[in-house]
Design a protein around this ligand. Structure first.
Ligand code: NAI
Ligand code: MG
Length: 356
């Protein structure tokens, strides 16, 4: 674990990003493990900066960010269909660039129906056990590398390609990480999700490396599911999942569904993790900048707070991470939809529980 000073790069971003990040930092401050001090550097990146200066992620800023222990991100993105903000600018230029440059090859999405939450899928209703799984999504390859192009654009003869990149190196390292995570969990089960019957080339390398690494982990139960079947099982009996490993695109889809069935976008946290620790990992809520509710203190900061918990866990402070998670669970159990709270009231309540 880190001790002494943790250098934290904070990218609050746009819309509700700064609102939820403020609450996550509030909770992080009080959860600080003994002797650990957070030294924050704030970076103003996102739609606002781009619209004002034309800058997305200057190389000098990337170099500075790299020199931190971890990154906490709110959300970036402007108003829908702003003609001055072409689609892809922030996604590719900022979010994907950070993930690729800092080698965040594990995109981690814990998905849990918290005790006491009202859900048709909760154990209380189904009697089939808790829904508590984690998706390990490959973060640096697949169809998201920008390996494609277009010809004769706008004509009836337009050609567009978006080639999925799958390297043995890239697949093996994420599969290894997923097995290691499965091994640390009580159920020790790992499901590979792909579409090996149709995407036979990519499917083959995923399947072979999955089998190969499985042989080194006889204590982990393995399963395989096609992506389409996984959509059915995630909606009808998500209890069957423990750890899921999958490629970048399938993972993008699975994790949104996972968020939807486990309490919604206000609760979904994520980590963009570099398990080799050659660069800082980045933690962020799954949701975006929500321009429709920005500036109104209506956003639920829980996803950002849980992301801060993942950050602490990654830095080796599992106990402090658990204290935050438990505080969130307790807060959720006492929520009353009839009396909505502001963003900062939720942050205050969780921080107070963390402080004990
Ligand atoms: P969104 O997640 O921002 O909002 C979708 C819906 O969920 C909205 O109705 C919003 O009000 C609600 N919502 C989101 N977070 C919430 C919270 N914490 N509490 C309560 N309600 C919440 O997704 P949308 O509308 O598709 O995108 C808005 C902007 O965010 C776009 O510019 C998009 O590109 C960007 N975006 C950025 C992401 C990131 O920074 N990683 C991820 C997803 C979208
Ligand atoms: Mg997504």
């Amino acid at each position: 674990p880190t001790s002494g000073t943790v250098r934290l790069a904070v990218i609050p971003g746009d819309g509700i990003g700064p609102e939820v990040t403020a609450e996550a930092l509030k909770v992080l401050e009080v959860a600080s493990p003994d002797g650990v001090k957070f030294e924050q550097t704030r970076y103003d990146l996102g739609a606002e900066r781009y619209l004002a200066t034309g800058e997305v992620l200057p190389d000098s800023v990337l170099a500075e960010v790299r020199d931190h222990d971890a990154i906490l991100l709110g959300a970036v993105g402007g108003k829908p269909n702003d003609p001055n903000l072409p689609p892809g600018i922030l996604e590719r230029g900022l979010l994907l660039r950070l993930r690729f440059e800092l080698d965040h090859y594990v995109n981690l999405r814990p998905s849990r129906i918290f005790p006491g939450s009202v859900s048709p899928l909760s154990d209380a209703v189904t009697g089939r056990g808790e829904v508590d799984f984690v998706v390990v999504r490959e973060g640096t390859e697949g169809p998201y590398t920008g390996n494609g192009g277009a010809l004769r654009v706008g004509t009836p003869h337009e050609v567009a390609t978006e080639v999925s990149v799958n390297t043995a190196y890239g697949v093996e390292r994420v599969v290894r990480d997923a097995f290691a995570r499965a091994e640390r969990r009580p159920r020790k089960k790992l499901t590979l999700v792909h579409k090996t019957n149709v995407l036979v080339n990519a499917g083959s390398v995923w399947w072979r490396l999955f089998e190969q690494v499985a042989a080194e982990h006889p204590d982990v139960t393995t399963d395989y599911m096609h992506i389409d079947a996984a959509m059915i099982h995630l909606t009808t009996d998500p209890q069957r999942f423990d750890v899921v490993v999958t490629d970048n695109l399938f993972g993008d889809i699975i994790t949104d569904l996972a968020a939807a069935i486990t309490g919604g976008i206000g609760l979904a946290a994520s980590g963009n993790v570099n398990p080799d620790r050659t660069a800082p990992s980045m933690f962020e809520p799954v949701h975006g900048s929500a321009p429709d509710i920005a500036g109104q203190q209506k956003a639920d900061p829980t996803a950002a707070i849980l992301s801060a918990s993942l950050l602490l866990d990654h830095l080796g402070h599992a106990d402090a991470a658990k204290v935050i998670e438990d505080a969130v669970v307790a807060d959720l159990a006492e929520r009353d939809p009839a009396t909505p709270r502001t963003t900062s009231q939720v942050g205050d309540a969780v921080a107070a529980r963390v402080a004990g």
